[in-house]
Write a protein that binds this ligand. Structure first.
Ligand SMILES: [Zn+2]
Length: 100
């Protein structure tokens, strides 16, 4: 990759608080129903939040207070059910769904 240092914006993971280049993180937005969904194309409206593609960070998304803080919301907010079973293999951005 020919990306130069300093060119890519840095964002903070809402799960572990690590700062990483935007490209390494998954962008999340809140849909009109108050559900947190992936915003793979970066076109979602409103405030976005970022999370590492790692299982431990995604687990923290199931805690409402973390989501509220990340999106600065007072009203109910929850992870979309589609994202509940997402697991990650070492930094692989392709999500694999688990059926529980
Ligand atoms: Zn993280």
């Amino acid at each position: 990759m020919a990306n130069r240092k300093g060119h890519i914006p840095v964002r903070t993971c809402i799960g572990c608080g690590a700062k990483q280049s935007k490209n390494e993180l998954i962008r999340l937005v809140v849909d009109p129903d108050g559900l947190v969904v992936r915003d793979d194309w970066g076109k979602g409206k409103g405030r976005g939040a970022y999370v590492c593609p790692s299982n431990s960070c995604w687990k923290s998304l199931q805690k409402e207070h973390i989501l509220r803080k990340a999106f600065r919301r007072e009203d109910p907010i929850a992870l979309h059910s589609e994202l509940h079973g997402v697991t990650w293999e070492n930094g692989n951005k392709e999500a694999e769904r688990h059926s529980f």
